[in-house]
Ligand binder design. Sequence first.
Ligand SMILES: [Zn+2]
Length: 294
Amino acid sequence: MDNVYIFDTTLRDGEQSPGASMNIEEKLRVALALERLRVDVVEAGFPISSEGDFEAVKLIADRVRGVQVAGLARANHQDIDRAWEALKGGENPRIHTFIATSRIHMEHKLRKGPDQVLEQAVDAVRHARRYTSNVEFSAEDAVRSDPEFLCRIVEAVIDAGATTVNIPDTVGYAVPTEFGGMIRDLVERVPNIHKAVVAVHCHNDLGLAVANSLAAVEAGARQVECTINGIGERAGNASMEELVMALRTRGDQLPYTTDIDARYLYPTSRLVSLVTGLPVQPNKAVVGANAFAH
Ligand SMILES: [Zn+2]
């Protein structure tokens, strides 16, 4: 009950950092390091986005063991079919499908009304379930979505078979008390929520990604999405090493566990820095060169 799943998206969201692209051998090296670190889920890429991403997801799904391998897909059949094509050789593949649920994204990006978005989400989850029982749904831009609608779509996708529901702070706008409250509300209001794991995916635009993720865990989330060194779009994602070490160091305040073998956090941080070419700032918490220099 109090174990928190670690979902690593270094190879998907992390790779979207400007200048961080990795070749297929580098991606496999990172995936094997994540396997050794004992993360629960490796999000290996977005198979329909390019031939290279497809090949990388396929190679990682075929080679990595003891870890779930996820592939990202927009909420349509073509994306989901392509994701499955890449994932199907894996030991425990997960299809991760998403659609935006905030008014601004629905109106301007999708040009759809809430009912159409809900219908598309349900259809996508049902389609993914034909391939695997391990399906994650993400409500993109959840933090800026209408709370009533968010509850409605979460309930509907769980009914359709989603086993993980992710509440992302896509634009890195939330603050911890607010975000924890959102998760608590969702857990209290969605009647079938116990049938799925609640996940969070926080961006670091205000430097709050780790704090927001921990507030969500206290409110009932049991999967956190994060990256090594906190790399990712714009200011990045929640940093895995900070999340894991906060939980380990402050178990008195945060009584939750992870399966991460913390001995491998530092070598994995070095490897990701090496293959992405993104240096780790010296004062970075946990893995920076000066972090233990006092
Ligand atoms: Zn993201």
